[in-house]
Design a protein around this ligand. Structure first.
Ligand SMILES: NC(=O)c1ccc[n+]([C@@H]2O[C@H](COP(=O)([O-])OP(=O)(O)OC[C@H]3O[C@@H](n4cnc5c(N)ncnc54)[C@H](O)[C@@H]3O)[C@@H](O)[C@H]2O)c1
Length: 416
């Protein structure tokens, strides 16, 4: 059977270490044939791992997309502010595209990408990996089968985990909305998307509250210094870079901190780079806790709570229906179905799919590859559909900043 050929733009954490890794375990169906990556170490690593021919190795997306189409599909895994242009060009060149989320940091660009998805016949999907996890897929099918009657309300929580918050949203790539986007978009467009998908109705109104309360200079502990390696109170600080990165050498998130995974290189990065900074003395501005409430077209209500202040990194939810409840914790891969009037409950443990995001990274690649192979139909996370969850995230942020509840349709009409 012939393999599908894939090119990668941005061989970073997602492009190289997640989607690239899929290539290793699916050698009979997929071949990575081209890469665009400016960082020479990452580029070389990707080239060596996938034996890419020299003529298909590029330092930027501009160069890769300037030559004739050289693969069936393309994965665009550059940073959030570098999604729109390469995606537009890749679609015009006839590539099927798998684009990382968020589609764009800009609402108008997001909407334009949704329009392009309708204009072109190509597959154009967004990496909303949660839809592809057996956990969320099972909950969706239980709802559709009417197991808990009619859904009335949803409680959904994104438990970011204290260390993940410190890494990505205090010291790291998504710490400052002027450079990336508000956390409700950067992190939680996934959650807007999953709630939207589960309830199966359009969102009518949204309100949001939240702030950056903890990770700021006022809260720096007495005696702390501005870098963890020279800090006198580091041992008592849960956000210590020393505690976070040394024990994870060779794995995420330490792989993000330095391109070379040795103690010497890590120490150098923590002494001089952004990830060694005191969590109270960074140039971060995104919320560390935010709550969002939603009303859907036919009256379903939902709350979404994102918080840095959790020990575990996972998503927990409760769906409340007229005949019962569904409760779940995604990392445990366990779903409880409790029907009213029954003392017992049913515990469902969906199949386990290996790969990041509880199997979602594998699931989305399986779908992309099937579509590249000619499978009929549309992706579960087609870009035209994903626009809606992004609009919800932009509207939620508008509500948080304005202090007003936002009518989604009016917001869209006004902003787009
Ligand atoms: N789907 C998910 O659940 C999920 C999870 C994490 C991150 N993401 C998203 O994935 C994207 C990538 O995140 P990441 O953590 O891999 O970031 P990263 O910084 O590790 O990777 C981005 C790569 O793009 C490269 N790059 C920069 N300029 C380029 C250019 N001109 N041409 C080609 N490549 C260029 C960088 O050198 C870097 O290696 C982001 O949009 C992020 O928000 C999605």
């Amino acid at each position: 059977m012939s393999k599908v050929k894939i090119a990668v733009i941005g061989a970073g954490d997602r492009g190289k270490d997640r989607y690239g890794a899929y290539g290793h375990s699916h050698k009979d169906t997929v071949e990575f044939v081209a890469v665009a990556e400016p960082n020479p170490l990452k580029r070389e690593d990707f080239v060596n791992q996938h034996h890419i021919s020299p003529e298909n190795v590029f330092s930027s997306w501009e160069e890769l997309l300037a030559v004739d189409k050289l693969a069936d599909g393309i994965i665009i895994a550059t940073q959030d502010d570098m999604h729109f242009e390469p995606t537009k060009l890749a679609l015009e060149k006839g590539y099927d595209v798998l684009l990382e989320k968020p589609m764009s940091n800009d609402l108008k660009e997001t909407v334009q990408l949704g329009e392009l998805a309708k204009k072109f016949d190509n597959t154009f999907m967004i990496c909303h990996v949660l839809r592809y996890t057996p956990f969320f897929a099972k909950i969706k099918s239980l709802i559709e089968e009417g197991v808990i009657g009619e859904v009335m309300s949803v409680q959904h929580n994104e438990n970011i985990a204290y260390y993940h918050m410190a890494h990505s949203f205090v010291r790291g790539n998504w710490r400052n909305s002027d450079e990336s986007s508000p956390i409700i978009l950067a992190k939680s467009c996934h959650d807007m998307d999953i709630v939207l998908w589960l309830v199966g109705q359009r969102c009518k109104k949204i309100s949001s509250f939240g702030s950056l309360s903890h990770f700021k200079a006022d809260n720096q502990p007495e005696g702390a210094s501005d870098r963890c390696l020279s800090c006198g109170v580091e041992e008592t600080c849960p956000y210590s870079a020393k505690k976070l990165y040394y024990k994870r050498l060779g794995t995420w998130p330490t792989t993000v901190v330095t391109d070379i995974q040795t103690e010497v290189a890590l120490t150098e990065a923590l002494e001089n780079g952004p990830y060694g900074r005191c969590a109270y003395k960074c140039d971060n501005n995104v919320c560390d806790h935010q709550v969002t409430i939603m009303e859907f077209e036919k009256g379903i209500t939902a709350t979404f709570n994102l918080s840095a202040f959790t020990e575990e990194q996972n998503r927990t939810l409760k769906i409340m229906g007229t005949k019962g409840e569904i409760r779940g914790i995604d990392t445990k891969n366990q779903i409880e179905v409790r029907l009213f009037g029954n003392e017992d409950y049913t515990l469902i443990e969906p199949e386990v799919l290996t790969g990041g995001h509880n199997g979602g990274d594998t699931g989305i690649m399986n779908d992309f590859v099937s579509l590249l192979k000619g499978q009929e139909g549309k992706a579960l996370t087609s870009a035209d559909v994903s626009v809606e969850s992004h609009v919800m995230a932009f509207a939620a942020e508008h509500s948080r900043l304005s202090g007003k509840s936002v009518d989604i349709k009016s917001f869209y009409d006004e902003m787009v």
